[in-house]
Design a protein around this ligand. Structure first.
Ligand code: TXA
Ligand code: MG
Length: 324
């Protein structure tokens, strides 16, 4: 299968391109599309054959459930049993990098949910994504559009590198804004809301709207977020975390690439320096892919100095990339 790429205007997506993409979704094919977080690998969430193709294209274990992308709150209501807290968050934040895990209605095929009784829903903040969901008239199941275990793609070229010949079409909408995936919360029990995956919407913002702290899943509920079981986001080179400057003495700087906010040492042959945590998040995955192609033997990543805002998600992705 030849993978086609169409470049769209992300503020005002070309209608004919969107219709073509929607036809592919409706006939059971796969279309990669931009969101505000990372590119998604989309198929009809209500068609089990499409969903099987998504797992196959990614090489993803089929017990790791997919997010259903919707274009409005009513569509979410048709898929899952929303409660007042879920409605409140959806009304305040959506479209946003916020994914809600809720009890699934029967309309969602078991394959989409990875066999679970819950399902994850999110309304993405990207006009191409929203236009595609509306035109297809069906929720779109979409994991990140990378091969399983690889860094998520934040531009269409990265999608192409991983997915050429595996999917029908890539909608190119430029670089994604946030660069890390959505925040996933389990809101099945509104009395005990759990942060399953830190992401593009900060814990602090969610907690201040709910007036409560988000819990951390215990080992039992961790089973309900199967994504957290697998190694993730990893480039093909080993990743080492630089928590203290003194750790540099133990590392071979001259054969390493560096990524971080502070230019800690001048002797790295390659380095990518970001001027803010937001830009670090925006460039982390692209940076991994860029450094992989360099003649270095490992990637050293600076550990964000605090855990606030986007840093909680950054720390999570850096830890996973390092295999910790
Ligand atoms: O930003 C994002 O969320 C991107 C874009 C494309 O929307 N998507 C994404 O999908 O990151 P994926 O499949 O790479 O990650 C989805 C996460 C996984 O950790 C999965 O285990 C979790 O959501 N998840 C999905 N359904 C779930 C459920 N019913 N219960 C618990 N966790 C669930
Ligand atoms: Mg992913």
């Amino acid at each position: 299968m030849m993978t086609q790429i169409l470049t769209l205007n992300k503020w005002n997506p070309e209608r004919d391109y969107i219709s073509r993409a929607a036809e592919i979704i409706n006939s059971g094919g796969l279309v990669a599309f931009p969101t505000e977080t990372v590119y998604g690998l989309g198929g009809d969430a209500l068609n089990p054959e499409s969903v099987k193709k998504i797992y196959a294209a990614k090489g993803r274990p089929s017990d790791n459930p997919l997010i259903l992308h919707v274009s409005n709150i009513n569509q979410a209501e048709s898929l899952v049993y929303m409660n007042d807290s879920a409605r409140k968050l959806a009304k305040i934040f959506w479209p946003a990098p916020l994914t809600l895990v809720l009890p699934a209605k029967n309309i969602i095929p078991s394959t989409t949910r990875g066999g679970l009784s819950t399902a994850a829903v999110r309304m993405p903040d990207n006009n191409i994504a929203l236009a595609l969901i509306e035109a297809a008239k069906t929720p779109i199941a979409a994991p990140s559009a990378n091969l399983s275990g690889r860094p998520s793609p934040t531009d269409s070229q990265s999608v192409y590198n991983d997915m050429n010949n595996r999917i029908d079409l890539i909608l190119d909408g430029g670089k994604t804004g946030i660069g890390l995936e959505s925040t996933v919360i389990d809101i099945t029990n509104p009395e005990k809301i759990l942060l399953l995956r830190p992401g593009g919407l900060s814990r602090e913002l969610i907690e201040s709207e709910l007036n409560t702290r988000l819990g951390i899943p215990d080992s039992n509920s961790a089973k309900r977020s199967p994504g957290t079981r697998y190694r993730h986001y990893a480039p093909s080179l080993p990743v080492k975390i630089l928590r203290n400057e003194s750790d540099l003495d133990l590392l071979d700087i001259k054969s390493a690439g560096f990524m971080g906010i502070h230019e800690i040492n001048k002797n790295f042959p390659v380095k990518i320096i970001f001027d803010s945590p937001e830009n670090f998040a925006h460039g982390l995955f692209a940076g991994f892919r860029e450094l992989e192609s360099q003649k270095i033997s490992c990637i050293i990543v600076e550990w964000p100095r605090d855990n606030s805002g986007i840093n909680e998600a950054l720390r999570d992705r850096i830890k996973r990339a390092a295999g910790e």
